[in-house]
Design a protein around this ligand. Structure first.
Ligand code: KG4
Ligand code: ZN
Length: 331
């Protein structure tokens, strides 16, 4: 059963074809227009989606080598995300589903991120704990079964990726902050500066990154511009280490509480090598297996949406044409 997936929740316009076993294509067009603004501008994002959505869908079908008439369903992200951006993908999906007389399936973007690991590791079986860490979300999810989720902790303020982006901006490294901070940190000493790790109490599996961002800002203001420019690798490495420490410690704690032997990483931040290495190190000590998707399936992409939609379509769980975008949708 061949499914087309569409993802437009933020600043990536993406379409993918999943045939039930593998991705035949996964086209992602990242909108560069936002780089000039140091963050995603919602109005520009939805306008770019309008321009890009049809060419991206066409390219996904071409790369997959299939005709529209072979599609058995259209899966699309309906939340969480930017309202105007979600609306473009949802409208395109509904129009295609209507014109082809096939069902359409609204997919939760967070569930899509979770699903990236099923796609990348067919041997993966619940139960496990997933850390979803991206620009918009940081959550710990106990996956008891496919489609049975319990959120164990979430951020109370900034998402982990958002912290990377804000610190990237204040260090004048550009947007998005994650990749450039990781590169800059490679030549730095992660123990050079002790930035705070918000624990939020013994029992809590929630996260907070806004205090860390403020601590970096205070440090930079204290040492001044020249010293900051000289010490960029140390600042980047120390900041990255503070984020990684908290993410790893809480994820391993969550796995212990849930009584699972596997941990998955998902979302844009999951490509971070320091995070992957430290998670593996800790998990090995506890004899826990760690999974993460390849980079193309960590960041926002329609492949994960197509695969999730395929699962529901097989079970005949589809959406009504009245489905509206839900910007604050939860798992
Ligand atoms: O999943 P994603 O593509 O979009 C959202 O759903 O938000 O994640 C984007 C986020 C950005 O905040 C970006 O800075 C972060 O992932 N990111 C990274 C790295 N690459 C991307 N964070 C840390 N290290 C990286 N190498
Ligand atoms: Zn995402």
């Amino acid at each position: 059963m061949i499914v087309l997936g569409i993802e437009t929740s933020c600043d990536d316009t993406s379409a993918a074809v999943f045939d039930g076993k593998a991705l035949r294509s996964n086209v992602v067009s990242t909108q560069l227009v936002h780089r000039n603004f140091g963050g995603v501008v919602p109005e520009l994002a939805s306008r770019s989606h309008v321009q890009l959505i049809l060419p991206v869908i066409r390219q996904a079908l071409e790369q997959a080598g299939i005709r529209r008439s072979e599609l058995k369903g259209i899966a699309v992200t309906y939340g969480p995300g930017l309202a105007g951006s979600l609306l473009i993908g949802l409208s395109a999906a509904k129009a295609m589903a209507l014109s082809l007389s096939v069902p359409f399936i609204g997919v939760n973007h967070l569930e899509g991120h979770l699903w990236a690991n099923f796609l990348a590791h067919p041997e993966l079986d619940p139960p496990f704990v997933t850390l979803i860490a991206s620009g918009g979300h940081t959550q710990l999810v106990h996956v008891r079964e496919r489609s049975d989720y319990r959120v164990m902790g979430r951020t109370r303020d900034d998402a982990a990726g958002e912290a990377f982006d804000k610190v990237g901006k204040l260090l004048k490294l550009g947007f998005p902050g994650g990749p450039v901070i990781e590169r800059t940190a490679k030549s730095g000493n992660p123990k050079a500066i002790v930035f705070p790790r918000a624990r939020l109490g013994e029992q809590s599996l929630d996260f907070s990154f806004s205090g860390l961002k403020t601590a970096v800002l205070n440090h930079v203001q204290t040492i001044g511009e020249e010293e900051t420019a000289r010490n960029l690798p140390d600042i980047a490495a120390s900041f990255q280490q503070a984020v990684v420490d908290v993410l790893v410690q809480k994820t391993v704690e969550a796995a212990g509480r849930a009584g699972v032997r596997s941990i998955c990483l998902a979302g844009g931040v999951a490509v971070n090598q320091a995070l992957q290495d430290r998670m593996r190190e800790w998990a090995e000590r506890e004899k826990i297996r760690v999974f993460f998707p390849p980079p193309a399936l960590c960041a926002d992409n329609a492949g994960m949406i197509a695969a999730t939609g395929h699962y529901y379509l097989e079970r005949r769980i589809v959406s009504p044409m009245t489905l509206a975008p839900l910007p604050s949708l939860n798992l």
